[in-house]
Design a protein around this ligand. Structure first.
Ligand code: FES
Length: 103
């Protein structure tokens, strides 16, 4: 099973292949900051992918458009920024997200 490490909290969880980063982490009892219904609209769940960006599903048009709408086109200049509710796990990744805490 793929593993997700979340910094700076320093936790590591297993994720069923194809699960979103957010759902996999929350299923293990952690809170992940959100502002919508995990729908890819608010971008509050955005995370920095420290390693394993190629082991996440590709960014879809909906995620891309909402990142631009909420944070500006320059956001896409950093390919490490992904929405945790939209990025599906296909292998081990390390991500950074402030505000992830035990639930
Ligand atoms: S939770 Fe709103 S975009 Fe991910």
């Amino acid at each position: 099973m793929p593993r997700i490490r979340v910094e700076p909290l320093g936790i590591e969880v297993e994720a069923p292949y194809g699960e979103t980063v957010m759902n996999a982490v929350c299923a293990q009892g952690y809170f992940w900051p959100i502002g919508c219904d995990k729908a890819g609209e608010c971008t509050n769940c955005a995370m920095e992918v420290i390693s394993g960006i190629g082991r996440l599903s590709n960014m879809g048009r909906y995620e891309r458009e909402n990142l631009i709408r909420q944070r500006g086109r320059q956001t896409l200049e950093d390919p490490r920024l992904r929405l945790a509710c939209q990025a599906h796990v296909e292998g081990d990744v390390v991500v950074h997200k402030q505000g992830v805490i035990p639930n």
